[in-house]
Structure formats: C-alpha cells, structure tokens
Design a protein around this ligand. Structure first.
Ligand code: GSH
Length: 211
C-alpha cells in the first residue's frame, strides 16, 4: 500500500501521523504551512482536494479527507483488532466515540478556542456554547474516570481521534479543574508514537491561537 499524508502544521493531521506511527506503517509526508495572516491552509492543499483541509491522504492513488474516516480505513486495511475493537462489547462504544469527536464535540470546542481571536462569542452564543462545552467535557471525563482509555482499557483509534480536541481544550484552559481528563491526555502524550508524531509534525496547537 502506498500512503501519502498531506500534513498541515498545527492541525488534525497529527492524528494520522500518530496512527501511522502506532501501526508502524511506511508513509510519505507532504508538509504544508498555514498562511500567517489568515491561518488557513495554503493553495497547494487545494490542488490536492477541493476542501483544502488537513488531513488529506492519498492511499493507493485514492484521495481521502475526514480524519475519522481515514482512521477507520487505515486500521481496517492494516487489520489491527486492538486499535479498532471488533468484539460485540466494545465495537459500539468504539464507533460512538470515533463519530462523537468530530460530529458533536469538535465545533463547540473549536469555536470556543478561536473566539478570543475574533472578538469573543458575545453573551448569547457564549452562554449557549459555554454550557455545551461543559456538558461535552463532563461526558468525556466520566468515560476516562477510573479507565485508562475511552474503550476497553487499551488505546484505540477513538483515543487518537479525541486527543486533538483535548489538546485544543487544554490550550484554551478548559481542562483546569478536570484532573481525570488532564491525566488521560497525559497518558496519551506519554505514548512513544504520540511523541514521535509531534517530533515529525511539530506541535499540534499553535500556542498564540489556542486552537
Ligand atoms: N472534520 C475534519 C476537519 C478538517 C479541518 O477542519 N482541518 C483543519 C485543520 S485542524 C484545516 O484544514 N484547516 C485549514 C483551512 O480550513 O484552511 C477532519 O476531522 O478531518
């Protein structure tokens, strides 16, 4: 299989570097820098896929976006039954967490993190999103309280997917007073493949941006 990962600095594509390092799969990485003013992806990424989003991967010549789908597909192709639990007890929870991260959690967390740069959310939206963020983080925190990982007490693609949002939340100081979530994030950071993904791809979060 040939894999080309288009990696954008400070972005979700670090998830895919981490996954590929966990899988021990050879891949090629094409690096993209954000526009310093707009923080958007450069035109070169639009040449690869019209959405101009990271991650974008080319797997055996087929172009694919959406990190959750990429995580599912790469694990499927590599046949890892540990990174994607297949048993009847863990499979539903695994799929639920994988889809929850980008489907439900991502927007409130990202908008909250970006808000200070754009003059704040205002009282109405701020109140709405603030309550939502508390509920979402409570939900993740409950899952990792007394558990090492989200599903089945071993690392899965769901943890790899979740880490980016928790890094954004952490940079935005949303994990203060959430010891179980902070400890879970630290367990993820402590994995050699995670450290390698930061070494190869750079920091996941642009500190001055907060997300
Ligand atoms: N739901 C998508 C989101 C992709 C996304 O928004 N990626 C950001 C980086 S974290 C991006 O490419 N931003 C650059 C831009 O929109 O110009 C996924 O999980 O892959």
């Amino acid at each position: 299989m040939s894999i080309v990962l288009h990696h954008l600095e400070y972005s979700r594509s670090t998830r895919i570097i981490w996954l590929l390092e966990e899988l021990g799969t050879p891949y090629e990485m094409v690096r993209h820098q954000r526009d310093p003013q707009t923080f958007r992806a450069p035109p070169a990424l639009k040449d690869v896929h019209p959405l101009s989003k990271a991650p974008t991967v080319i797997i055996d010549g087929h172009c694919m976006v959406e990190s959750g789908a990429i995580i599912e597909y790469l694990i499927e192709r590599y046949g890892s039954d540990t990174l994607a639990p297949a048993n009847a007890k863990d499979r539903p929870a695994y799929l639920e967490w994988l889809h929850f991260a980008e489907g439900t959690m991502s927007s409130p967390i990202i908008f909250t993190a970006l808000a200070p740069r754009f003059g704040g959310l205002g009282p109405m939206l701020g109140g709405f999103l603030g309550a939502e963020v508390v509920k979402l983080l409570d939900h993740v925190e409950a899952a990792v309280t007394g558990h090492e990982f989200l599903v089945g007490d071993r690392l899965s693609g769901a943890d790899i997917h979740m880490a980016y949002l928790l890094e954004v939340a952490s940079a935005s100081k949303l994990l203060e007073n959430r010891p179980a979530l902070a400890a879970y994030l630290q367990r993820l950071r402590d994995r050699p493949a995670y450290a390698k993904s930061i070494e190869l791809g750079g920091p996941m979060i642009f500190a001055a941006m907060g997300g």
